[in-house]
Design a protein around this ligand. Structure first.
Ligand code: HEM
Length: 485
């Protein structure tokens, strides 16, 4: 039965809840995010849903998202089987834990990742090393200055991006062609299209995991997680064998050392370390890679943006050395391009689900304890939120009087206490990859291929559709190929 004063939304039917209308609109619009944005036109900015057995509320306006993300009573994370099964049936990790447990662990992770460069100056060097490898790979693909290479871009950056995180976490850099890690990332991307931000068929109707494990998404969910656990387990074993408490090499070592302390808090355990790695692996690679995917789609469709970035890079840096994070303040247009790419990715996404810790009112509606609450970030792509021509790719929208200016409603990394923990790393990766590649290459529609689509693939996070582009080398002022980096 609908709780009194629950936010308005599609009609509830026995067992199915509001799935029927939701599914109908989703079919029309293509994604859950657009479907709920459309439903909010009918029902208002706070929509009440019942998906299978669970109550969910989707918040669709900036004003209400801000209220929701700054209310402590909404700072829980959901804990149904969909979330617990990721971490062996327990609540572990950073992404989907809350209260004291989450607070202790988030604080520890942020403090100690910094020791290995996270958010610090030497993070630039880690990423520059990856950019160098990417440039080298592309240069090898382009054999002569005239030909150019057709390159599949939607999953091009995967291992490079994970390397920047994994060097700090586990002291490991993978070969960009590492078959095992590549297939793991591919599996994860596929899984993310089979489930969505509020779960899967098996979590909405839990009995289905026994009677229809394949159809309900249970098998692929568990298989993919088992593969990631195995991967993390072997990293952990390697660490334990070579670990020396007096000489911590990376975050894993620091955590293993903390586990030896007689005064360690209850939230610390080996499984929790694995869960932190799992969360950062997932949160860190899918989001950044997909933002880069959308960035290159828009750069190809908007060659004038490429040219402007390149003019700025040539003027500030020239072509003899790769851009670094120190150049960022002077490469305003490139920085604005990064912000615009994040707007296009974030504007197709939801933030990570929250949970009401107590019965709490939002905009006069009752949100009962344990309701899942979602922020629909479509506002980033909405004219009503003040973004003129929201679907256009216009980095200049963020430059006012020669300075970068972010409007209040620019929230691709969320807001409040659970705000994204990886923002600095994500932005640094996207900035250095875009700046490094545009310095040396031009990207255009590949002959014989359609222009890349800006439509996203539905899933937990929005993904670009598969696309390939033509990459050609830029020439120096005398029309010669640039020397290798
Ligand atoms: C383009 C890149 C990224 C985007 C757009 C993004 C976006 C977000 C958003 C919207 C949230 C939810 C905030 C909330 O619940 O209120 C979040 C949470 C989180 N992100 Fe990111 N993220 C990105 C990259 C990363 C990276 C690189 C990492 C890891 C290194 C990361 C780790 C996390 C974690 C651990 C949380 C949970 C924070 C908490 O609950 O305390 N993210 N992110």
């Amino acid at each position: 039965k609908k709780p009194p004063n629950f936010p308005p939304g599609p009609t509830w039917w026995p067992i199915l809840g509001s799935c029927l209308e939701l599914q109908k609109v989703r079919k029309q619009t293509g994604t859950l995010q657009e479907a709920t944005a459309m439903l909010s036109k009918k029902y208002g900015p706070v929509i009440g849903l019942k998906v299978g057995k669970d109550l969910s509320v989707v918040v669709c306006s900036h004003k209400h998202i801000k209220k929701f993300l700054t209310e402590d009573n909404f700072n829980g994370r959901p804990h149904g089987i969909f979330y617990r099964y990721r971490t062996w049936g327990y609540r572990r990790g950073l992404l989907l834990t809350d209260r004291e447990f989450w607070h202790e662990q988030r604080k520890f992770v942020l403090r100690h990742l910094k020791e290995f460069g996270f958010g610090q100056r030497n993070m630039s060097a880690l990423i520059e090393e990856e950019v160098l490898t990417i440039v080298d790979t592309l240069e090898k693909k382009i054999k002569s200055q005239k030909s150019g290479a057709i390159v599949r871009m939607d999953d091009f950056f995967g291992i490079h991006v994970i390397n920047t995180l994994w060097t700090m976490m586990a002291g490991t850099r993978y070969n960009p062609n590492d078959v095992k890690l590549k297939s793991l990332q591919k599996l994860l991307t596929i899984l993310f299209t089979k489930i969505d931000i509020i779960g899967a068929m098996f979590s909405h109707f839990p009995f289905l995991r026994f009677v229809a494990p394949e159809y309900s998404g249970y098998n692929i969910y568990m298989d993919t997680h088992r593969r990631i656990w195995d991967f993390l387990d072997s990293e952990m074993e390697k660490h334990k064998q070579t670990f020396s408490p007096d000489n911590p090499r990376d975050f894993m070592d620091i955590y293993l050392k903390a586990l030896m302390s007689p005064t360690k808090k209850d939230s610390f355990s080996e499984k929790q370390l694995m869960a932190i790695c799992l969360d950062l692996f997932i949160a860190g690679s899918e989001t950044t890679n997909k933002t880069l995917g959308f960035a290159f789609i828009h750069l190809v469709l908007n060659p004038q943006v490429q040219t402007k970035c390149q003019e700025e890079i040539d003027r500030v840096i020239g072509r003899d050395r790769l851009p670094t994070l120190n150049d960022r303040s002077q490469l305003q247009y490139v920085e604005a391009t990064v912000l615009e790419a994040l707007r296009h990715f974030g504007g197709r996404a939801f933030a990570v689900p929250h949970r009401a810790l107590e019965d709490t009112y939002l905009d006069g509606y009752l949100i009962p304890k344990d309701t899942t609450i979602l922020a629909n970030l479509r506002i980033l792509l909405s004219e009503e939120s003040g973004f003129e021509e929201p679907e256009a790719f216009k980095p200049e929208r963020f430059i006012k009087d020669g300075r970068i200016e972010l409007p209040d409603n620019y929230i691709p990394f969320g807001y409040g206490k659970h705000r994204c923990l990886g923002e600095t790393l994500a932005k640094a990766n996207i900035f250095l990859i875009i700046a490094g590649l545009l310095q040396r290459f031009n990207f255009s529609v590949a002959p014989g291929h359609p222009p890349p689509s800006t439509e996203s693939v539905d899933g937990v996070t929005p993904g670009p559709q598969p696309f390939s582009v033509l990459v050609t080398a830029r020439l120096d002022n005398n029309n010669n190929k640039l020397p290798a980096v």
